[in-house]
Design a protein around this ligand. Structure first.
Ligand code: ACM
Length: 633
């Protein structure tokens, strides 16, 4: 008895010691690390139990990825005694119910690697986990020599918590090419995301070719070139070229959708309406309720966000009181439904300003005719008609949580973005919900000290994203399909900035969508994130290191004087500071308690270190900014 307890303690202890060295994101359901390693050798072989094309594609994917960095040759074929990497599907009569359609078992022994799943998607995710067990150099895009390509021996059982694990990419505010969109997909699947929500239209550009409405891309896809603070830029002049933007032809869309499918990703198209529709109206002004000449937005201010109901300065809505609107929408969704195989279409529905509707005679008549008592009911009338159109194409409708306002039909799926309250309300009404709360999942927001981060609307640090819990208390879990990280692109000028905003926060979101809730742990997550930074370096990918930077917490003391508390998002860092305007290093004063500002000082300079190595950015913080934050005159 005693012996067996000792043995168990030893086994658990050994597992824990080993387990600390693994850095799998998202954290699997269960991992057991065993002694020994598997070493991948030249002329390795990948064997498949099933000749179906999806399994074969997973085998090829894994082989090519390994070959790229190792330079090794490989063979693929049936599983034999000598096969090094074995991909096996359960026999249809012996499926493993616990694994579902995306789960897998991964068994790495000194002799071989075995991935077993019910479906090819599971093999794909097992392959992703295996790749994360190999040295970081496996991420290199060219051959790396003199590496032992070894993986620790493990037994992993893994399957996702949610079926919907999405990332939203906004290609309207800034256009990204089809190759870049494919790259985005290729990167997100490394972390087991499986839905791309493609935000294809907005005030700043219409990005999908609609053959029956050619002006949408002839006119709506193009705007004047601007660089500068978003929504403070100048409106286009009459003689200025409209050459910034672009669109996807229908062939491009099919290519991206196929690429996504090949990577086990489904694509949700979003056509945003009735607000956010300036590109639509610039192309076809007859569907505006406010006659005038319209331009695709080039970054100028068109909405006053400081006022209740955020009144529009230019009417960027399509008119719910105009029958032409529904004719055009029908044409759009006819073609969109044919391009995207997913059962859902997203119709937007967010942030619709109603001030122009309030002044419209046509809307007043519609209200009378349809017995609509306020603008929310007008919006709801519109949403219900759009839902009918979407359903007539054989699809189900998804919309942002504003579609609840004024009443919603039973079948719509709600995407909760204004925190979780829309999702809670929708689920209580029995709707399916996709959780994308801006309080946790808006990865377009700045992720560290705003004076050194690219400016956006507000703060969302990694540790806050890590707290994302898709099922709010009191909500029926079955109704939560899953969640998404949303990447809006107002400030995403180029591809490096896309990666910078996406990582590491999308690591945090995926642990909430894939991993069991009880397996999440911030401290071990951070250690894994740092390991993945090294992998990103090998891949030459961009990521944000904001977790290493100093955090400023200015307050007013009892006499109304500024007190500055400093901190860091992660443990184990030291902060060095100075008020004397030189640049601090680790020979400067180390922060250990709140600071008072010396007389006449105008700048606090800080820098973070781990041991004797600088790790965070030097931040030069004006005292005036801290006073403003602490509300000191
Ligand atoms: C949104 O962020 N306007 C859905």
């Amino acid at each position: 008895m005693k012996k067996s307890i000792l043995f168990i303690l030893f086994a658990v202890h050994t597992t824990l010691i080993y387990a600390q060295q693994l850095s799998i994101i998202p954290e699997p359901v269960s991992v057991q690390q065993l002694s020994g390693t598997f070493v991948l050798k030249n002329n390795f072989s990948i064997g498949l139990s099933s000749p179906d094309k999806d399994s074969k594609r997973v085998g090829d994917y894994l082989a090519k990825k390994i070959a790229l960095a190792t330079g090794y040759t490989f063979t693929t074929g049936k599983i034999e005694k000598s096969t090094s990497i074995r991909l096996r599907l359960f026999n249809s009569k012996k499926r493993n119910a616990e694994l579902g359609t995306e789960g897998y078992l991964l068994n790495v022994t000194p002799d071989s690697v075995s991935i077993v799943a019910n479906e090819p998607a599971g093999l794909f995710y097992g392959a992703q986990t295996f790749l994360q067990l190999l040295p970081k150099e496996i991420e290199s895009k060219s051959v790396v020599n003199n590496i032992s390509w070894s993986s620790p021996c493990v037994q992993v059982k893994d399957f996702p918590r949610f079926a919907w694990r999405g990332m939203m990419l906004d290609v309207s505010r800034h256009f990204f090419t089809k190759e870049q969109v494919k790259q985005f997909i290729g990167e997100m699947v490394r972390y087991k995301y499986n839905r791309l929500h493609w935000h294809l239209t907005d005030d700043e550009g219409w990005r999908v070719e609609i053959k029956s409405l050619p002006k949408l891309t002839q006119v709506g896809a193009w705007r004047a070139e601007r660089v500068g603070p978003w929504h403070e830029m100048s409106a286009p002049t009459a003689d200025e070229p409209r050459t910034t933007g672009g669109f996807y032809t229908q062939d491009d869309i099919r290519e991206v959708v196929q690429y996504a499918k090949d990577n086990f990703v489904e694509v949700l198209p979003e056509i945003d309406m009735p607000g956010h529709s300036l590109a639509f109206i610039a192309s076809y002004p007859d569907i505006s309720g406010t006659p005038g000449k319209y331009e695709v937005n080039s970054g100028e201010r068109i909405i006053d966000w400081s006022l209740p109901g955020h009144p529009a300065l230019i009417d960027n809505t399509i008119s719910p009181a105009n029958e032409k609107t529904y004719e055009y929408i029908d044409k759009v969704f006819t073609e969109v439904a044919q391009l995207f195989p997913l059962e859902y279409i997203h119709m937007g529905g967010d942030e619709c300003s109603k001030n122009f509707w309030e002044k419209s005679e046509a809307i007043a008549q519609l209200m009378k005719k349809e017995n609509l008592k306020d603008m929310n009911e007008v919006q709801s009338y519109f949403v219900k008609r759009v839902e009918k159109i979407i359903q007539s194409k054989g699809k189900k409708m998804v919309g942002w949580d504003e579609i609840l306002e004024g009443g919603l039909t039973a079948n719509a799926t709600v995407m909760s973005w204004r925190g979780t309250k829309g999702g809670i309300e929708a689920a209580k009404l029995g709707h399916s919900v996709i959780m994308t709360p801006n309080t946790y999942a808006y990865i377009d927001l700045y992720q560290g000290e705003p004076i050194v981060e690219p400016p956006t609307y507000s703060m969302l640090r990694l540790n806050q994203s890590y707290k994302f819990e898709p099922v709010p208390e009191g909500v029926e879990p079955k109704l939560i399909l899953g969640g998404q990280a949303n990447l809006w692109s107002e400030r995403l000028i180029n591809w490096r900035s896309v990666q910078y905003m996406t990582y590491p926060r999308s690591f945090a979101i995926i642990e909430s969508l894939w991993s069991p809730k009880e397996n999440k742990n911030w401290n071990s997550f951070v250690k894994k994130v740092e390991k993945h930074f090294e992998r990103f370096d090998a891949a030459e990918m961009k990521y944000s290191t904001a977790i290493y930077d100093c955090i400023f917490k200015p307050t007013k003391d009892t006499e109304g004087k500024l007190q500055i508390e400093l901190g860091t998002e992660i443990e184990g860092l030291d902060i060095y500071f100075t008020f004397d305007e030189t640049n601090p290093d680790n020979f400067y004063p180390k922060y250990n308690s709140p600071l008072s500002v010396p007389k006449d000082a105008v700048m606090l300079k800080v820098v973070t270190y781990r041991g004797n190595k600088q790790i965070g950015k030097q931040i030069n913080m004006p005292i005036a900014v801290l006073k403003k934050r602490a509300k000191i005159q």
